[in-house]
Design a protein around this ligand. Structure first.
Ligand code: SF4
Length: 262
């Protein structure tokens, strides 16, 4: 906001917290990080009313057009929280933790009513909407929040639902509540089928038993999972790759893979 205001007023923006600015003399102004926004409910909801004022810059040309939030939108992405309680070594969150040390709570959650209000707006505005996807780093960490969300979502939104969960936070009561509400698909990070790699290389303390338990619950409640794997890992040998394959073959039910390369 401060940057937009400074640009509009043609003011100097090189001292705005949170920015590094390369100046005309080649020096770099490295400003302090901003405090993290604590109250996410205070942020404005997306405003879809005036999409004629959207512009796209593509191939060095600017067009007056809204390529995504238009009448043909069938799927809507949103978040209910910012931050993650984990710091997996391959993830940006492992960098954000030290960067924002002393700048407020890392994990912040919107209220259920605030999220439902956004989804109601989207549903009302985009007539072809048939599914939504929650893009929180990890959804449903707190069961009482999740329970309230599931009840209100089912009553007031009722569209097909997708989210990402961490194996350590998957419980039967959560998956049962989500499935009842409309959870169709879920993403979950496994990253490697080898416990040693998960713990010692990736900094993820998720034993095989926890992953197997989550996969069993997805099958039981007919939720189709997509599992994240990190392959081509120079810190794993051929035997580890084989172990990952056998581990994945043990998982119950059908699933898809989302594969990244290290
Ligand atoms: S749990 Fe997921 S989002 Fe959180 S730090 Fe690990 S990889 Fe990143």
């Amino acid at each position: 906001m401060q940057l937009v205001e400074a640009l509009c007023n043609k003011d100097d923006y090189s001292n705005i917290p949170g920015l590094w600015v390369k100046k005309s003399d080649g020096s770099i102004a490295k400003n302090e990080m901003l405090m993290l926004t604590e109250n996410l409910d205070a942020l404005p909801l997306p405003d879809f009313r005036n999409m004629q004022s959207s512009y796209v810059i593509e191939n060095e040309k600017c067009r007056n057009e809204e390529p995504y939030y238009n009448d043909s939108l069938t799927h809507y992405n949103f978040i209910t929280a910012r931050g993650c309680p984990f710091r997996c070594d391959f993830c940006s969150n492992s960098i954000f933790y030290p960067m924002f040390k002393g700048k407020g709570r890392i994990l912040r959650q919107r209220s259920v009513d605030n999220v439902i209000k956004e989804l109601k707006n989207a549903k009302q505005h985009f007539k072809k909407l048939s599914s939504v996807s929650c893009n929180d780093e990890l959804f449903g960490l707190d069961f009482s929040w999740l329970n309230e969300f599931c009840e209100k979502y089912k009553k007031e939104i009722g569209l097909s639902f997708h989210c990402d969960m961490h194996p350590s936070y998957v419980t039967e009561e959560k998956i049962a509540a989500l499935a009842k509400m409309g959870l169709q698909t879920i993403s979950m990070g496994i990253q490697s089928g080898v416990e040693r790699t998960r713990l010692e290389v990736f900094g993820r303390n998720t034993p095989d038993s926890i992953i197997l338990n989550a996969a069993t619950l997805f099958k039981k409640y007919k939720v189709f999972p997509s599992y994240d794997l990190i392959l081509d890992n120079p810190l794993e040998n051929e035997e580890d790759v084989r172990k990952t394959l056998y581990f994945m073959l043990q998982l119950p039910g059908r699933f898809s893979l989302n594969v990244s390369v290290l």
